[in-house]
Design a protein around this ligand. Structure first.
Ligand SMILES: NC(=O)c1ccc[n+]([C@@H]2O[C@H](COP(=O)([O-])OP(=O)(O)OC[C@H]3O[C@@H](n4cnc5c(N)ncnc54)[C@H](OP(=O)(O)O)[C@@H]3O)[C@@H](O)[C@H]2O)c1
Length: 324
């Protein structure tokens, strides 16, 4: 029967093979449509859904406090400026004292808020404990509204060649500090039934890459940590976000490790870069929604979406051209 043409079949006999093939084709087309629609939604949804104002910021009480780590430059400084404009009082944490003091003075003058600089190196357990005590105290007193675990840095080189101490310090700043500070904030947040934590991860957490072994793995940790924690906190009024920026114009790539290899921002196409303002806007617009993952920029979401299909050799080549 198989292979018999439709024309020669006796009346009443069903041409099973061609029907089955038709059905299979339709099924595949339907599946393809669903996958394409889902991909398009993933790419476009944040721009369509989170146009602001932020549902979380809209409900902020008067004289709420935000504590930001890594506030002396880049994304952390931009969070500080934006939140000061929203009327938040601030605690600003980083190592560079003069930078923090200058920023605090500037923000107090411009926005009539209180801004407290706090010098700490989060690679040191004692410093981290001091910051953690501040977070717990402010949260228990019902004053802390927003914790932003943003401090971070990158390194250049293969894992086997890099000093282990530096990689362990990275885990301490990215993972240990974020986990410890989040834990310190939660009891107060849960009692108030309000509060939010933003953990600044990276799209590197979605794209395992040569030369980025511990950096990418530590950011992946923050993504999984935030996703699972948000699932535990659903319905409590407390929100956790993993903010996953792609390449962003900050001081991140001015670090000595990048200068030593002659890294140039213009070796990577301009459309791949965002400003810290764009990153912070996307994060705050989405905060308080049901989606704990924020990937600012369609191009970054496209990279994440297809990352499993991008040949590793292409990532290697991009980094090679950038001198990394
Ligand atoms: N720029 C990008 O392309 C990009 C992309 C994806 C994700 N990110 C992430 O975004 C976050 C912010 O980075 P950025 O781009 O804004 O770079 P940045 O301008 O270099 O800012 C990094 C901040 O982290 C602080 N920091 C670093 N090590 C610290 C330590 N041991 N203790 C306390 N504070 C420390 C720095 O302050 P001090 O030096 O004064 O201590 C600075 O305020 C990082 O977590 C980074 O991984 C950046």
């Amino acid at each position: 029967m198989w292979g018999t043409s439709r024309r020669t079949l006796p009346a009443g006999v069903i041409p099973c093979k061609s029907d089955a093939m038709d059905m299979l084709k339709r099924l595949l087309a339907l599946l393809g449509g669903i996958v394409a629609a889902r991909a398009a939604w993933q790419l476009l949804a944040p721009e369509l859904r989170y146009k602001g104002p932020s549902p979380f910021l809209a409900g902020a009480p008067a004289r709420a406090i935000a504590l930001i780590t890594g506030a002396s430059s880049g994304i952390g400084e931009t969070f500080a400026r934006r939140l000061a404009r929203e009327g938040y009082d601030l605690v600003l944490v980083a190592r560079r004292k003069e930078r923090l003091e200058a920023l605090s003075e500037d923000l107090k003058r411009r926005y009539a808020i209180s801004a407290q600089p706090f010098t700490a190196d989060l690679t040191y357990a004692d410093d981290l404990r001091r910051v953690s005590d501040i977070v717990a105290g402010l949260s228990n007193e019902g004053q802390l509204d927003l914790l932003i675990n943003n401090a971070g840095f990158g390194t250049v080189g293969h894992f086997a060649d890099l000093p282990l101490a530096e990689q362990m310090a990275m885990n301490q700043v990215h993972i240990t500090a974020s986990v410890q500070l989040t834990r310190a904030a939660l009891p107060g947040f849960l009692r108030r039934r309000r509060g939010a934590v933003i953990n600044v991860a990276s799209i590197s957490g979605w794209t395992p890459m040569v030369g980025n072994v511990v950096y990418g793995a530590s950011k992946r940790y923050l993504i999984n940590f935030s996703q699972a924690l948000q699932a535990e906190l659903d319905g409590t009024g407390v929100f956790v976000q993993a903010l996953c920026p792609g390449l962003t114009y900050t001081e991140f790539h001015d670090a000595p490790a990048y200068r030593a290899v002659g890294f140039r921002r213009d070796s990577i196409p301009a459309f791949m870069w965002q400003t810290s303002e764009q990153v912070v806007e996307a994060s705050l617009n989405q905060l308080g929604s049901d989606d704990p993952i924020c990937i600012p920029g369609i191009h970054n979401r496209a990279v994440v979406l297809i990352s499993d299909f991008i040949p590793r050799a292409l990532f290697r080549e991009v980094r090679r051209r950038a001198g990394l």
